[in-house]
Unconditional design. Structure first.
Length: 351
């Protein structure tokens, strides 16, 4: 005879997670262990700033450059990714540049590992999204709350729902557009200010040694330089990724992209002291790229409207912060919807 409780579980409305960056993917992976989950992403691929761009045979990790795990929960996940040959330490020759001169040199080592994806950063997101109920190219434009649950307005096609609960794993400005006017979370999304960034990508036929693999640049138009062929697992011709400083990017966020590309290229050539003659050039704008540390005094939960928030901006704009935010939100929603006898039993990220 069928188990009545199992039938109830099968009829239970799913959880909707909007945004398939690191936080959304983490929350979806954990919650899908105990309940149905649907994940919606406006972009054509998951991962957010865990991104890899292909331009005419040249490959660039043009978003998150690396991650440095410190928290035990994220360390456990990184070990799992290592076992699957998805990540590896980047033992880069690292320098700091001030006023056009190298002031510090350091060799990154395994003890203070800076991890990258062995097949590009996007491959990590692809692995995390495997087996999830993921809907790509589906932008959510609004929420509708009914007695049956929460429905999602979509930019195309029919509304989706009902859902028992909605997790918004989006940048704060996008989140603010979806939150109900009376939500207790409005003050949270109105406070943080995320900073923008432009990523310049130059693909070369060949590239002589510039003396370093990765560089942080102080007080300049460019804040970061990465030599692509130095990254473990890099495939294809060599190249350079240069990231604009947040302040410069925000000051020029609405400028013509040809102008942005020319200015960043000029700044890069000044730092190198010579032109590079790239075969291909690309530019990508990250309007909400990172944020400083944030202190939240409680869970980002609206129990009235059945909404929770997560994202790197709720902690600090880093990959580990996004992962931990998604994991914490998954724990909170799981505990609320699936009470465990004897108290909270957190989900495990490496399960």
């Amino acid at each position: 005879m069928p188990d009545a409780s199992a039938a109830i579980v099968r009829r239970r409305p799913p959880i909707a997670i909007i945004g398939a960056g690191v936080a959304g993917l983490t929350a979806a992976r954990l919650l899908s262990q105990t309940m149905p989950v649907q994940l919606f992403e406006a972009a054509a691929v998951p991962g957010g700033r865990l991104a890899t761009c292909q331009i005419e045979g040249h490959s660039f990790d043009h978003g998150a450059q690396f991650f440095t795990p410190r928290h035990p929960r994220f360390l456990a996940e990184v070990r799992r990714l290592q076992e699957q040959d998805l990540v590896v330490p980047w033992l880069a020759r690292f320098v700091e540049i001030r006023e056009g001169h190298i002031t510090t040199r350091r060799q990154w080592n395994a003890e203070s590992a800076h991890y990258v994806g062995t097949s590009g950063m996007a491959a990590i997101a692809a692995a995390w999204s495997d087996e999830l109920d993921l809907h790509l190219g589906r932008r959510v434009t609004g929420l509708r709350h009914t007695t049956d649950g929460v429905y999602l307005f979509m930019d195309k096609g029919a509304d989706q729902g009902p859902f028992e609960f909605v997790i918004l794993a989006l940048p704060p400005r996008t989140t603010a557009d979806l939150l109900p006017a009376g939500s207790c979370l409005q003050h949270v999304v109105n406070a943080p200010l995320m900073k923008g960034c432009f990523a310049l990508m130059l693909g070369m036929e060949s590239l002589e040694d510039v003396g370093f693999d990765a560089a942080i640049v102080k007080d300049a138009v460019i804040s970061w330089i990465s030599v692509t062929e130095s990254r473990p697992g890099h495939r294809g011709p060599p190249g350079i990724v240069a990231l604009a400083s947040n302040a410069w990017a925000d000051a020029h966020h609405d400028a013509d992209h040809n102008y942005i590309q020319a200015k960043l290229t000029e700044a890069l050539y000044c730092l190198f002291g010579r032109q590079l003659h790239p075969l291909v050039t690309g530019l990508h704008h990250w309007p909400q790229a990172n944020s400083g540390p944030v202190r939240n005094n409680g869970p980002l939960l609206d129990p009235v409207h059945h909404i929770a928030l997560c994202g790197d901006w709720t902690r600090q704009g880093r990959v580990e912060a996004a992962f931990l935010s998604g994991a914490q939100t998954a724990d909170m929603v799981d505990t609320m919807l699936n009470p465990h006898p004897g108290g909270s039993v957190p989900l495990h990220a490496n399960r």
